[in-house]
Design a protein around this ligand. Structure first.
Ligand SMILES: Nc1ncnc2c1ncn2[C@@H]1O[C@H](COP(=O)(O)OP(=O)(O)O)[C@@H](O)[C@H]1O
Ligand SMILES: [Mg+2]
Length: 638
């Protein structure tokens, strides 16, 4: 992990080293000051030698000045180095996330990624700054001060060694307790962020279901648990200072007592005693800083690990060795495709700590089995649910899909929610890779194509469509950055969006808010279709993309597609029979399997599910799911 992170220090090595050198300078200056002071008292003041007082006084002032300069420089360089390091890490992480495939994204929660990009990086940044400043300064100051005290009086310096051992033990105990408490705090942050993110993005839903109070309560619980943990962790740390002060005063008293005896015996001068006091402070304070640095570092280790995890995550979908840069046509073949999603890293659930514990235990068992430390049988013996959970994770979503689609065909896909419609079409632009079998586009396996080439050839309007903040033009040009205004308007006309855009006071320059919250659902869907059309794709996939558009406009969009882009292969997923009725072929999906393929008329004859859904929808009730329920009930009755 340290190695992965160190790479990101990059150009800030110089600042880091400079900072450490400055710290060294500061320590030297700080050590010289008490020495000069001892001479000032012994040779200057006590003997009434004013020129010597002046000389050592100036020396002290110069040392103090240098100390100040070096201290300032050290702080500045350290700030520069650590902020630079942090920004490199952020960049690196952001780049890494952008390269993630869908299954990589599934592995992390969005909230988790946000915490990593913000809080975790800040932790590492602070720890790094602490390391280059304190971890050089404190040990050096400690050793140098110790050497000086031994030189002044070996006998008195014994006190310091005793004090150091005492402090090290007590601080060590406090720190180990605090670290444990802190590390639990940080895992809670993920949950907090998840809760914030989910509820703030979904605030409209929360409001419309009048769930504000419930959500506030839930959030309050989350905050309370973080509050309790923080108080616990800090209550250990707050012992640091009193213990510290106690030791310092104990040292001063012991040294005063013993020092007085030494002075009377003529083995020590007053000046030397004064400088011993200063060294006392130096030694013990540097010890305290070391312990604090230690807390920060342990706190940041968890953060560092979480960052390194993202940085070293290998995208599951990469360009092949020798990619193909040309998609021949829009034909699509599914050859005996089976597909299942990978494991999803669940958000730790607030309400159910047992579930979280079970998940963690299972993950440990799985890791043990994977690395060969344990056999599967042993794992099942330890956790009876182990096997069932494993199976659940790898449940196939698509089974035995064999389909051959000619270029330019219009394919309707219909099926209840969860019947894997979205999963089926996600395989075409290679958002996910098949588990077994192959998906071919233009006659070649999708895994042979350059990813950009493939995804440019496949325009996909996702079910969860999204617009970004910017003008309509800017949003449309995600499809094609070079598109002229004329081309943008043409695409909008085809998607039946032109008319409503013209009605906006600012027309195509209308500003779209984040997530497209200032346009209606149907308008957003049509803008997304226009954006996909601008890619001039060979294959166009609309995943339930006209669900919020009225039936007449929906039909109009399909008419335009049929007449104006006949050479594009079109996949139209819909809940409505009317949305797929006029397709060349319709695929009926049920539980990840193909239940029937054919034209509307053929399916009415051969497919029972399709027939009854058509019947129900003809009566004007509900969508596919209602129809499907009807079939099931009906089936049971017969
Ligand atoms: N990213 C994902 N990770 C894990 N499982 C998923 C993911 N997306 C969908 N699924 C699961 O795959 C199945 C099919 O989902 P989907 O293809 O979205 O169905 P549909 O689009 O027909 O409603 C569902 O059981 C769903 O829970
Ligand atoms: Mg879907």
């Amino acid at each position: 992990m340290v190695k992965t992170l160190m790479k990101y220090i990059g150009g800030y090595w110089k600042s880091s080293v400079l900072s450490m050198l400055c710290m060294l300078g500061e320590v030297v200056a700080e050590i010289l000051i008490p020495l000069a002071m001892a001479n000032l008292i012994d040779l200057g003041i006590s003997q009434g030698n004013l020129p010597l007082v002046f000389r050592y006084g100036t020396m002290m002032a110069v040392c103090a000045l240098f100390g100040l300069l070096f201290g300032f420089g050290g702080g500045r360089f350290a700030a520069k180095a650590s902020s630079g390091f942090a920004s490199n890490l952020r960049n690196g992480m952001y780049e890494s996330i952008q390269r993630f495939s869908f299954s990589n994204i599934d592995k992390y929660s969005t909230a988790g990624l946000v915490t990593r990009l913000t809080t975790d990086i800040t932790n590492v940044q602070n720890a790094y700054q602490m390391i280059i400043r304190m971890c050089m300064r404190s040990p050096m100051l400690l050793t140098m001060a110790l050497i000086m005290t031994v030189r002044i009086s070996p006998k008195l310096s014994v006190t310091y060694f005793i004090a150091i051992i005492f402090l090290a033990c007590v601080l060590g105990f406090i720190i180990s307790r605090a670290t444990k408490a802190f590390s639990t705090v940080f895992t809670k942050y993920d949950d907090l962020n998840a809760s914030v993110q989910e509820n703030v993005t979904g605030i409209r839903v929360v409001k419309s279901f009048v769930r504000e109070d419930y959500e506030i309560d839930r959030f309050q619980t989350a905050i309370d648990s973080i509050y309790a943990l923080f108080v616990k962790a800090e209550s250990y740390v707050c012992f640091n200072f009193p213990v510290m002060m106690l030791t310092i005063y104990a040292c001063i008293i012991t040294i005063s007592w013993n020092g007085a005896h030494e002075i009377v015996a003529g083995r020590l001068t007053t000046g030397q005693l004064t400088s011993l006091f200063t060294y006392t402070m130096n030694i013990l304070i540097s010890l305290m800083f070391l312990s604090m640095a230690f807390v920060m570092i342990t706190m940041s280790v968890a953060s560092g690990r979480r960052i390194a995890e993202v940085l070293s995550e290998v995208p599951t979908i990469l360009n092949p060795e020798d990619p193909v840069y040309e998609v021949a046509d829009g034909s699509v073949d599914f050859d005996n495709v089976n597909f299942g999603y990978g494991k999803r890293k669940k958000l730790t659930d607030w309400d159910n700590p047992e579930e979280v514990a079970a998940m963690k235990r299972r993950a440990r068992l799985k890791e043990a089995v994977r690395s060969g430390k344990m056999t599967a049988a042993e794992a099942i013996a330890k956790d009876p649910q182990f096997q069932a959970a494993e199976k659940e994770e790898r449940k196939p979503v698509l089974t035995d899909i064999d389909l051959h689609i000619r270029s330019g065909e219009t394919i309707g896909i219909i099926g209840g929610t969860g019947s894997s419609k979205t999963s089926l079409v996600s395989l075409i632009p290679r958002l996910y890779d098949v588990t077994t079998g192959a998906v071919r586009v233009g006659g070649r396996d999708v895994r042979e194509y350059d990813l950009v080439t493939l995804r440019d050839a496949v325009g996909m309007v996702l079910q969860k469509n999204q617009l970004f903040s910017g003008t309509i033009y800017e949003n449309l040009r995600w499809g094609d950055p070079e598109a002229t205004d004329e081309e943008c308007r043409e695409a909008c006309r085809r998607a039946c969006a032109d008319e409503f855009i013209r009605k906006f006071p600012d027309g195509y320059d209308t500003w779209i808010e984040q997530g497209g919250s200032n346009v209606s659902g149907g308008q957003r869907q049509r803008l997304c279709i226009a954006r996909a059309l601008l890619k001039k794709p060979k294959i166009l996939i609309l995943d339930d993309s006209t669900s919020a558009v009225d039936t007449a406009t929906d039909a109009e969009i399909r008419r335009v597609f049929r007449e104006e882009i006949p050479e594009t292969t079109k996949f139209i997923i819909s809940q409505r029979i009317s949305g797929v009725k006029d397709s060349d072929r319709i695929i009926v999906l049920e539980d990840g399997k193909i239940s029937g393929v054919g034209t509307h008329e053929e399916l009415l004859q051969t497919n029972e599910i399709y027939r009854s859904v058509a019947a129900v929808q003809a009566e004007g009730t509900g969508d596919f799911d209602h129809g499907n329920d009807h079939v099931r009930t009906h089936g049971r009755e017969v």
